[in-house]
Design a protein. Structure first.
Length: 299
């Protein structure tokens, strides 16, 4: 009987130990598969390609919007300079509301670089309002002997088709609000209005050159401008004189068409864009990329 009791006690001890190990093992495994997000370099690269294309001037991206704001801060205004650089104005309409001081401008524009590899056709409906030194709205940039000191700028809507060697983008929606200060000086400062970031949604088809890998990213990009500065009257190569920081977030649902895939089917990355010259730096998550401000190509 003594041996039976001893064996029973040993069996119970082993059973309890196995139960404990199995339980802790499952918990550890659960923490890896459930709590730890999948972050992959390939997915980050895809996001960087799409973000750079959505920022570039030739693609009608965020930098092109900065150019529009700087154009508004001139005597000729946005429409007068719409054909500068690589842009061709297809049509434009504008209307003034004397009760609110807001201009509404609708522009259809085509952009392409000399190589013809980048091109974009897009429409934007924007609004802007000129404020004098006392913060009172006035009809035009110049009234009497003085200029506007501040300009409010909004994007109401937008649509576009964009093509680069690596990214084809279809823009579905576009909104944002900015305030431009120092518009009476040679260097203008642009900030997004709190709570109204530059937001664009669309579909990005990304092609990996040399690999044949193709994937579509149904994406949403939100950007906040922090003290972005640029020249008020120099449209030619104006982006080379810009500075400032843009922060935001990129979200995309990925569909693979061909080539290599990654496990990360939903991409979420915080981003920081540092302006300054022809080359801008785009930090996607913890990885930094250099991109061309004009074309959006990743170096």
């Amino acid at each position: 009987m003594k041996h039976v009791k001893s064996f029973s006690g040993l069996f119970l001890t082993v059973l309890l130990l196995l139960t404990f190990l199995t339980s802790t093992g499952c918990k550890k495994n659960d923490s890896v598969t459930v709590d730890d997000p999948i972050i992959e370099a390939e997915a980050t690269q895809d996001a960087a390609e799409a973000i750079a294309a959505s920022v570039a001037i030739d693609n009608g991206g965020a930098m092109d919007v900065v150019g529009d704001i700087l154009d508004v801060s001139t005597v000729g205004g946005l429409i007068a300079s719409a054909n500068d650089g690589n842009a061709q104005l297809n049509s434009a309409q504008r209307e003034y509301d004397s009760t609110t001081g807001w201009w509404t401008v609708t522009i259809n524009r085509h952009r392409s670089n000399p190589s013809g590899l980048n091109y974009a056709t897009y429409q934007r409906v924007t609004k802007h309002q000129f404020l004098n030194k006392n913060g009172i709205f006035q009809k035009n940039y110049v009234v009497g002997a003085d200029t506007a000191y501040t300009i409010n700028h909004e994007i109401i809507s937008g649509s576009a088709a964009v093509h680069t060697p690596r990214v084809s983008h279809r823009l579905l929606s576009l909104t944002g609000k900015w305030i431009a200060t120092n518009t009476n000086k040679s260097i203008v400062t642009v900030n997004t209005v709190s709570g109204f970031p530059f937001t664009r949604t669309g579909a990005d088809t990304v092609t990996r050159l040399g690999t044949g890998a193709v994937r579509t990213l149904n994406s949403s990009l939100t950007l906040n401008f922090a003290n972005v500065t640029g020249p008020r009257v120099n449209r030619t190569n104006w982006h080379q004189a810009t500075s400032g920081t843009i922060t935001g977030h990129y979200h995309a649902e990925v569909t693979f068409t061909s080539g290599a895939t990654h496990r990360e089917k939903t991409i979420d990355r915080d981003i920081t864009i540092t302006l300054g010259g022809e080359k801008i730096k785009i930090k996607v998550g913890s990885t930094s990329f250099d991109a061309n401000a004009q074309t959006g190509e990743i170096y």
